[in-house]
Structure formats: C-alpha cells, structure tokens
Write a protein that binds this ligand. Sequence first.
Ligand code: SF4
Length: 84
Amino acid sequence: METERYEHHGVTVWVYSDLRGKHRRHCLCFDCQSFYPDVPDMNCKIAEALFRFDRLNGLVTPVYECPEFIKSEFPEYHNWLKNR
Ligand code: SF4
C-alpha cells in the first residue's frame, strides 16, 4: 500500500493513502449512542480518553471493536458527525 504525509491537527503524520480521512467511516464510535465528541462531560469515557491520547501523540485510532457499544438512537446526529 502507498503511504503519504500530510498535516493533521497541526502535526505532520504518515498515513496509508487509501485510508486517509476515512477513520469516521471505520470507527464504531460514530454509530454509538454514547459518542458525543464535542461535549466532554457527556462523551463516552473510553472515547474521550482515546481522543486525548491520540491528540497527545498525533495518532488517529478508529475503534473497530468495543464491549460497550450501543447502537445510536439518533442516527441523524451521528450521521452528521460522520460527514462534517
Ligand atoms: S462505547 Fe465504545 S463504541 Fe461507543 S463511544 Fe465508547 S468507545 Fe466508542
């Protein structure tokens, strides 16, 4: 697979070219009832901790498996998050 570098949240990172910008489509959080990334007090504690770790280290880590997943009852909101 091809790799490339680009600027993400102010950090130059490496990424597989085919996967660049696709983490929202892959990440289970974006279909989860507990995911409120703009509201730290309401957001899932696992997702919030992962987000802080990612920001600290310049990483993007989509969640592929999670024991706490709950299918969203607000698909419009979570689809909006996925596509913004
Ligand atoms: S419960 Fe799991 S899938 Fe849901 S937001 Fe938290 S980490 Fe993501």
